[in-house]
Design a protein around this ligand. Sequence first.
Ligand SMILES: [Zn+2]
Ligand SMILES: [Zn+2]
Length: 282
Amino acid sequence: MRPPNLRTSLLAVLRNVTILGSGSGGNSVYIETGETRLLIDAGLSARQIGLRLAQIGRTFDSISAILLTHEHGDHTNALSVLAKRQSIPVYCNRLTQEAVADQLGFAFPHRQFATGATFEIGDVAVESFAVPHDAQDPTGFMIRTAASTIGLVTDLGHVTRLVIERLRRANILILESNHDVQMLQDDVRRPWHLKQRILSRHGHLSNEAAAAAAVQLASEELKHLVLYHLSQDCNQPGLARQAVGEQLAKIGASHIQVETAAQDSPMAIYNLPEIPTPQPAV
Ligand SMILES: [Zn+2]
Ligand SMILES: [Zn+2]
């Protein structure tokens, strides 16, 4: 359902969704409408985020806000630089704000929301909801623009009924698909306690769990499914796409385009061409 107070002008149309990078080395998503430019998480270095924004013709100067899912470094890495140099407001809940301020060692410009609240930034409405993960108060987001909705849920040990309810009817869904369980179990570099943490109900989603969630969220409206936060060592893009694609094929959801986000290069999910400025008639 569209919030009634969103302007339905052409400007409010979703213009760009780009995964700037995703994986345990850092996560960040750029979303742009006519009036609003958001980063969800800023877990790459500030330099990398700047370089990748430049690749799509954008700079930090035009960013309206940074939304934080939680305080882990792979979601907040750039804040140590950005919070000092830029005056971009950071939207997060109180416990996340306190945890990040502790990490940084200084207070940073922020706007607090209560988890579960809906708030507006320019012409978008942001719905927040709790997810189960070993952080202070981790959240997922549903971003509503006048014409499209984008759901993002990452870093969660299991998919709750609330997560499914809040992400229903997203047009673009960015969903964690962290590891292949067998690859994780076979991995010799990770100590046993870390594997237990990843596999726990407050850890990270496996490909199989992501596939089960995708089946539950496979509405007519869902066009793009981006598998997000893939483990470098314990997953492969092809394995993740196969695990999810097979389950979607079983329910005949062939209209959903399944893609995997990469750590090292940005990926545009959605990019409307610039509206040409009308030239005066001569
Ligand atoms: Zn993470
Ligand atoms: Zn995390």
